[in-house]
Design a protein around this ligand. Structure first.
Ligand code: ADP
Length: 478
């Protein structure tokens, strides 16, 4: 099975969040199951610079009005085709926004070009490259199935999967951009890319993809409800037979406490005492004093989705319980400011790093006792999976992938010896406070805590199972 995977980011080449981890891991996850993935990525400056020359496999005089080239990098960490379109991607800033954090006004054109190039490739644009299936990720790649539907006969016959990593980001634009998409007028229709009188990239993709997946079984159910469906629940229900949830795996090579180059001291489930070196390094980095209670951490985008506003209000409680907290995150300016301000009252007990720091995110998992993930919704979540692997006990809201991957330390789970963390129901101050208190109490019962850590580290969230599920879906569609 030759699969064209289409994504706006892929680790380790370009990453802003969990989507990159998944897109970067899928090729290796699927290889044992007979699927060969080639990943189509936008040519952001960092991508073009880090990859070198590559092989030009196609030159567009005009791709949605701009000059572009498709450049193959078959010797990169993953097999890549880069959409090199300087007018769209050669600019300072992030993949989606300018250096001030405002979305690029031409994002519709940037990512429609990505979807169009994917459909062209599937339609046989480069004769030496044949693809059996297109696997598109999130709104940025969601036009690929739309262009496939309106492409040549080969494109129309190519099955497609759209994976939703987060339904909150949909790529919605006014009707005026439609003419720039170079789609037939028929596509501006309720069965196509039209959405409430405008254009909806994700909506169009959901409509046109042969199958839809999301990144956990619970989230696949939740998005059928108004509370989580972000306005698309009607569509998702209409296509329910084609929707399935496949939980994300993690890269167990990159995330391995026995070899992780970002850790001060390596350890395994049998040598948990060796975590102490990482804990000490964190305490010093975050300016935390010696203490007997647990060291909690957060590694997260600082946004409403992640429930950080609730957590900030509980800083006093965490310190009163004897806990400490180290936060690494970036996101909404107001939440960043609130987090820093609230931590100011607790210097020595709560430390905050605003920014994105891959190395520090590993050290936090390898040295903290527990990771707090109080998300209001969470399609899958990766930080709790890294936490499990590193014996950094997850304290999570019972939603989406968090519900599917953490076994709450209730009495039954403790008796059966299977608990791996703490779950709470509502993302409210009371619920989160209660969960944190349970964590502190258990931490003080050292034997129970140690068995939680061992269970957590035993949990297998490698790609083995999820890779197989994607491969089964590919086979069904073919
Ligand atoms: P989302 O994709 O919604 O942001 P996930 O939990 O699925 O959330 O994935 C987040 C990924 O980004 C994880 O790999 C996490 O370690 C990483 N991450 C988030 N914030 C930071 C940060 N400030 N510094 C380093 N890594 C971060």
């Amino acid at each position: 099975m030759r699969v064209l995977s289409v994504a706006s980011e892929a680790y380790p080449i370009i990453k802003t969040g969990g989507l990159a981890d998944v897109a970067g891991a899928l090729p290796a996850a699927l290889a044992p199951h007979g699927a060969t993935l080639t990943t189509l990525l936008p040519g952001y400056p960092s991508v073009v610079q880090s990859l070198g020359a590559g092989e030009v496999i196609h030159t567009y005089k005009s791709l949605l009005g701009v000059k572009a080239r498709l450049v193959r990098h078959s010797d990169a960490v993953i097999d890549l085709i880069v959409l090199d379109a300087p007018a769209l991607f050669a600019r300072e800033g992030g993949p989606y926004s300018d250096p001030t954090g405002s979305e690029w006004p031409d994002n519709w054109q940037r990512f429609a070009a990505l979807g169009r190039a994917a459909a062209d490739l599937a339609g046989g644009l480069v004769p030496s490259l044949d693809f059996d299936l297109v696997h598109a990720h999130d709104w940025q790649a969601a036009t690929a199935p739309v262009y496939l539907r309106h492409g040549n006969a080969k494109a129309q016959k190519t099955p497609s999967i759209l994976t939703i990593h987060n339904l909150a980001f949909q790529g919605r634009y006014g009707p005026e951009i439609f003419k720039g998409l170079d789609l037939p007028q028929a596509a501006f229709h309720i069965d196509g890319i039209e959405y409430y009188g405008g254009v909806g990239f994700l909506k169009g993709g959901l409509q046109c993809a042969t199958a839809i997946t999301t990144v956990s079984p619970s989230y696949a159910q939740e998005i059928r409800l108004a509370e989580f469906g972000m306005g698309l629940e009607g569509m998702i229900n209409a296509r329910a037979a084609s929707v399935r949830g496949i939980v994300n795996g993690i890269d167990t090579q990159v995330w391995n406490p026995a070899t992780d180059r970002h850790l001060n001291s390596h350890y395994s489930a049998g040598k948990l005492g060796d975590r102490a070196g990482n804990r000490a390094a964190l305490k010093s980095l975050f300016g935390l004093t010696a203490s007997r209670g647990p060291l909690f951490c957060v590694v997260s985008r600082l946004t409403w989705q992640k429930g950080i506003d609730i957590l900030v209000d509980l800083f006093d409680d965490i310190v009163a319980m004897g806990g400490q907290l180290a936060i690494l995150g970036a996101g909404d300016a107001a939440l960043e400011a609130a987090t820093v301000a609230a931590s100011g009252r607790h210097s020595g007990h709560i430390g905050v790093r605003i920014g994105y720091d891959e190395a520090l995110s590993h050290l936090l998992q390898g040295g903290s006792d527990a990771i707090i993930v109080p998300s209001r919704f969470e399609p899958c979540g990766l930080t709790q999976l890294y936490g499990l692997r590193y014996g950094c006990i997850p304290v999570v809201a019972r939603t989406g992938g968090l519900a599917d991957t953490v076994i709450d330390a209730n009495e039954a789970a403790l008796c059966a010896g299977v608990a791996t963390g703490f779950q709470f129901d509502e993302v409210t101050h009371d619920s989160l406070r209660h969960a944190l208190r349970r964590a502190v109490t258990t931490f003080n019962q050292r034997k129970d805590w140690k068995s939680l850590q061992k269970n957590a580290m035993k949990a297998d969230f490698s790609w083995a199972r999820s890779g197989l599920r994607y491969a089964q879906l590919y086979k069904e569609l073919l």
